[in-house]
Write a protein that binds this ligand. Structure first.
Ligand code: ZN
Length: 79
């Protein structure tokens, strides 16, 4: 699913898992590693984040990398 981030104005891609996890706090970790603060739904959609687009493409191209591993390494490199 796609959620517009309030801090950078981009629309980021977020997995349904992350959406379910983050919706209590109103923040979601996008597939690019960016933490999205959900913008009000009434705002017009922003540009789609190019990093998210790359990640989505990469995911399709690398089915051999376990999803859990990728999530963990991103989590660690996050500031
Ligand atoms: Zn993104």
């Amino acid at each position: 699913m796609h959620i517009r981030c309030d801090t950078d104005g981009y629309t980021h891609a977020i997995t349904e898992d992350e959406f379910a996890t983050g919706r209590h706090e109103g923040r979601f970790r996008a597939v690019c590693g960016h933490v999205v603060l959900a913008a009000p739904m009434i705002e017009e959609p922003g540009r789609f984040d190019p990093v998210c687009r790359e990640v989505l493409r990469g995911d399709a191209a690398e089915p051999s990398v376990p999803r859990q591993e990728r999530r963990r390494s991103r989590w660690r490199s996050r500031r």
